[in-house]
Design a protein around this ligand. Structure first.
Ligand code: DP6
Length: 325
């Protein structure tokens, strides 16, 4: 009853921002992401009859805090699904997601955990069901089941049975790249879970955000299909700015941006004016991700590294979905 799975992280081009059900992790809006080759988690799950509780090791260290609770709660859910409530697991996870790069390791983390646990329990489920289960660990993780461009359909059912990811285009459809711009100072004050909750509850901009999503999605899917980089980039950048605008009007208001975040945003816009096609997106933290095409990689890397306050630039191609080792 042992299995190992590998899952890549993903970057949202149309953001998941806000839940309609906190405990089932059901989103208010559909979202769309690109799975990234460069950043991943590998996880081994072994169910052992002699264990009296779950244990979780991250990068070889035992985890006991709220991170442990989230993992153990998720194992409880998947055990329950398998009808094996009394079986505990030893979990070993290795993150190949540099924390400094500002990617939430929860996306690759919960996707790898779900896949390894399902296989260790001999669950014979399809990727759609796996994505539905993964969603309940961390929302954005449900998109990491698939490679390339992926949409998370919010679903309509109250029990969440139709809220899962679907593949839009595989990684080899289009060589679009992402540069993670690592800033020197990286404190994240408001966690995404807390930030989106506060925004849903208090921001007067929130309903406009939700209303604007269907059009953004239609446009970006059209852009992906036709490999129209300017279209995809412009929509992703605008969608990111809209998401962050909702936080400015929350009560109490907050922002994930630092001054270097803004310097990078401006630099990307200036690079565009000078003929380099690049667009930014930002998640619930200060770091910036820049979308670009392979021909611009060297110039872009160099320009971004020159911005004061930028610590590093890590580039990635599109990546594959879940695999088993
Ligand atoms: C800004 O998936 O980390 O990155 O479902 O509460 O675990 P929970 O939240 P999480 O939120 C990600 C938010 C985001 C946008 C996105 O990835 O779509």
């Amino acid at each position: 009853m042992k299995a190992t799975a590998k899952a890549h992280t993903n970057i949202a081009l149309i953001k998941y921002w806000g839940k309609r059900d906190e405990s089932l992790i059901l989103p208010m809006n559909n979202s769309l992401s690109l799975t990234l080759d460069g950043f991943y988690t590998t996880t081994t799950v072994e169910f052992k009859p002699d264990l009296t509780d779950d244990c979780f090791y991250l990068d070889d260290e035992a985890v006991v805090d709220t991170q442990y609770d989230r993992v153990s709660n998720f194992l409880k859910l998947i055990r329950n699904y398998a009808g094996k409530d009394n079986l505990f697991a030893e979990v070993h996870s290795t993150n190949h997601v540099p924390t400094a790069a500002g990617f939430a390791s929860s996306a690759s983390g919960f996707a790898a955990l779900a896949a390894a646990a399902a296989r260790a329990l001999n669950l014979n489920i399809d990727d759609k069901t796996l994505s539905t289960l993964t969603r309940q660990g961390s929302g954005s993780a449900c998109r990491s089941i698939y490679g390339g461009f992926v949409e998370w359909e919010k679903g309509e059912q109250a029990d969440g049975s139709d809220s899962h990811a679907v593949p839009i285009a595989p990684a080899n459809h289009w060589d679009i790249r992402v540069a993670a711009v690592v800033l020197s100072s990286n404190a994240k004050k408001v966690l995404s879970r807390e930030g989106m909750k506060r925004t849903v509850e208090t921001s007067p901009f929130y309903s406009s955000w939700v209303d604007s999503i269907p059009n953004d999605l239609n446009q970006i899917k059209d852009g992906i299909k036709n490999k129209d980089f300017e279209k995809v980039g412009a929509i992703a950048e605008m969608n990111c700015l809209k998401m962050h605008a909702t936080t400015l009007a929350a009560n109490p208001p907050f922002s994930y941006w630092h001054d270097t975040t803004m310097a990078v945003m401006h630099a990307v816009q200036e690079l565009r004016e000078s003929g380099i096609s690049a667009y930014f997106t930002i998640d619930a933290g200060p770091n910036v991700k820049v979308l670009y095409l392979p021909g611009d990689e060297n110039t872009l890397k160099q320009s971004l590294r020159e911005i004061p306050g930028v610590h590093d630039v890590i580039v990635s191609k599109a990546g594959q979905g879940i695999s088993y080792l």
